[in-house]
Design a protein around this ligand. Structure first.
Ligand code: H79
Length: 581
């Protein structure tokens, strides 16, 4: 049977509608990537970002002077450089040292599982051949080759996933944008049409695109939907970055070099550059303390992965396409560490414990991994709330011949670092990166049972819940880079001994039509908040110890099913629970 492109796309899409639990936000674009695709994307954990373009030739210098206001990939705007002069860089664009297979080999040596390259940055120059403008690497430069194609092919040969960065801003095209501070430009209708054609090109000519890293601009919700739909109509399994805005992404993106400070339950990524000052090559960047930079990035990777995220680390090759030696050394250093410790990173889940005083943790299919960032004074690792889990003997990852018992200790367990023969390594000038951030493995037999940290009941059994004691869940990537993240869920873990409670929700006056869902141990209680004068609601609720053996889980969300981006339509002041018998 012959399938047209569009019917093929529809067939693929029909099979991939994503379902999430009803107390989680539902994707705006559905169908999109399947649950399997999302999980595989999350399991990769670590990838390479490449910022490369005409700005790489300038390298943060113009007319012999350093341009130090803003990122070097935005030197056109920061200079500012006259358009004709910047465009003339295209005639010099001939990156003879650009070696896609070597870059793929470097990414693999770093332990990276995917590469994302700037197909088009804000300056409007395209690393790929496009029908929309000759301002591209093939038609507008002496190089005459498609960099995106070269790298896509090299990734396919090397077994890495491949993605593209795409800025919806365009400072070059006549129908495009001019620079504004912060880069939250509205997208003109001409620009939208131009972008949609380029998206079709990128999604049609380069094989499977694992992710598309939309960036910046401030499209309308209809434009964000248009961009997302254009991508998914051609490749439903492409993961779209949240910076397509208005909650049309398949994964949330933190700010440049930022990490979340709240709990995360949907897919997300933290983008990082080697130095916070630039993503594109900067010839005069001071590149000091290589071991420190390696340690910094291992720590960031571990912190991000222990919170369930993906870490994408940038390189900014020089104008001739060569990788900056310092950046290659940083990547190789991380790779050395991952060679021994990767089991604790790839395919793991976020840490389910209360914050750990010694560092971080992840959970694999058969083990808990403990990352020792701070040497505990008593040389013991304490893990709270796991007294009911059966552990095998603990060992240091990479040296399983020395083992020790996992000791019960109150409601948790303790592991002695001395018994594992582990010593604190000196941090000053230590070039032995492998000694850094050692990982201790606690093999888990049977289920991992975690008693969360809980809000206690008063002696009379009453429980007083305040927003400060809840996990806060936020919607990221709303109406542009500067829009604040909004709250969609509060979640408390409560040490509740009774089976039945009278619950009272106290809140600031809400719109007459405002509705929320209260969830008790996974059971949904829909609530209408009823008008500007109402400030509380009471109802009977029941504990379900079968599904939530340790703690009663109390959650508030918008009325289910709710879409990504919907905020909790009320300001919660407190939740009071009193046992009814
Ligand atoms: O591609 C990289 C950046 O060029 C792009 N995102 C990453 C991945 C980006 N474009 N704009 N922005 C990020 C936000 C702009 C932030 C800025 Fe600033 C605030 C630019 C000028 C003021 C940060 C702080 C850079 C200089 C000062």
């Amino acid at each position: 049977m012959l399938l047209t492109t569009s019917s093929l796309a529809q067939t693929t899409q029909a099979a991939t509608a994503l379902r999430r639990p009803l107390d989680q936000p539902q994707p705006r674009q559905n169908p999109g990537p399947s649950a399997e695709t999302i999980k595989a994307w999350q399991d990769r954990k670590f990838g390479m970002f490449i910022h490369f373009g005409l700005y790489s030739i300038a390298g943060g210098m113009w007319n012999g002077k350093r341009v130090d206001n803003g990122y070097s990939e935005q030197i056109f705007a920061n200079g500012p450089i006259p358009a004709k002069d910047y465009e003339a860089l295209a005639k010099q664009f001939d990156p003879e040292q650009f070696d896609p297979d070597a870059i793929v080999a470097l990414a693999k040596a770093a332990g990276m599982k995917f590469i994302v390259i700037t197909a088009k940055h804000h300056d409007g120059f395209n690393l790929f051949q496009t029908s929309q403008t000759s301002y591209n690497a093939v038609d507008g430069t002496p190089y005459h080759q498609d960099i995106v194609k070269q790298l896509a092919d090299a990734c396919a040969r090397g077994g890495l996933k491949f993605g593209v960065y795409y800025s919806t801003i365009d400072w070059h095209h006549p129908g495009g944008n001019t620079y504004i501070e912060g880069n939250s430009n509205p997208i003109t209708p001409e620009q939208e049409a131009f972008n949609a054609v380029q998206l079709k090109e990128l999604l049609s000519h380069y094989g499977p695109i694992s992710e598309i890293w939309f960036d910046m601009g401030k499209p309308t919700p209809a434009q964000s939907e248009h961009f997302a739909h254009t991508v998914h109509a051609l490749q439903p399994q492409t993961m779209i970055s949240g910076r397509v805005w208005n909650h049309y992404g398949d994964f949330a993106v933190m700010g440049d070099n930022a990490e979340p400070d709240v709990a995360m339950e949907l897919p997300w990524q933290a983008p990082a550059s080697m130095f916070p000052e630039t993503w594109g090559y900067r010839s005069w960047q001071e590149r000091k303390d290589l071991p420190g930079k390696i340690r910094e990035n291992i720590t960031r990777l571990v912190r991000v992965v222990s919170q369930g995220g993906n870490y994408i680390l940038n390189i900014g090759p020089e104008g001739d396409g060569s990788v900056v030696p310092y950046e290659a050394q940083v990547l190789r250093g991380i790779g050395e560490w991952l060679k021994h410790n990767g089991e604790a990173i790839y395919g793991t889940r976020k840490q389910p414990f209360a914050p750990l005083d010694f560092g971080y943790a992840t959970v694999g299919p058969h083990a808990v991994y403990l990352f020792v960032a701070k040497w505990p004074a008593d040389h013991q690792l304490h893990i709270p709330g796991v007294a009911d889990t059966v552990f095998g003997h603990a060992y240091r990852l990479g040296s399983s011949q020395v083992t020790t018992n996992v000791q019960r200790d109150g409601d948790g367990v303790t592991v002695s670092l001395d018994r594992l023969g582990m010593r604190q390594s000196s941090d000053n000038g230590d070039t032995n990166v492998d000694a850094f951030m050692p990982v201790v493995v606690l093999p888990v037999k049977g289920p991992l049972r975690v008693r969360p940290s809980m809000v206690a009941a008063a002696p009379d059994g009453r429980i007083h819940l305040q927003p400060e004691h809840a996990e806060h869940y936020l919607n990221y990537n709303g109406e542009g880079y500067e829009a604040p993240a909004t709250l969609y869920k509060l979640s408390w873990q409560v040490d509740a001994q009774a089976a039945d409670y009278m619950l009272t929700l106290h809140y600031k006056a809400a719109a007459a039509s405002a509705k929320v869902d209260l969830w008790i141990d996974g059971q949904r209680y829909p609530l209408g908040l009823g008008g500007p004068d109402a400030t509380s609601q009471s109802l009977r609720v029941h504990r379900n110890q079968k599904t939530h053996p340790y703690a009663m889980q109390v959650e508030l969300t918008p009325s289910a099913p709710f879409r990504e981006g919907m905020a909790l339509p009320v300001t919660v002041q407190s939740v009071e629970l009193s046992p009814t018998r």
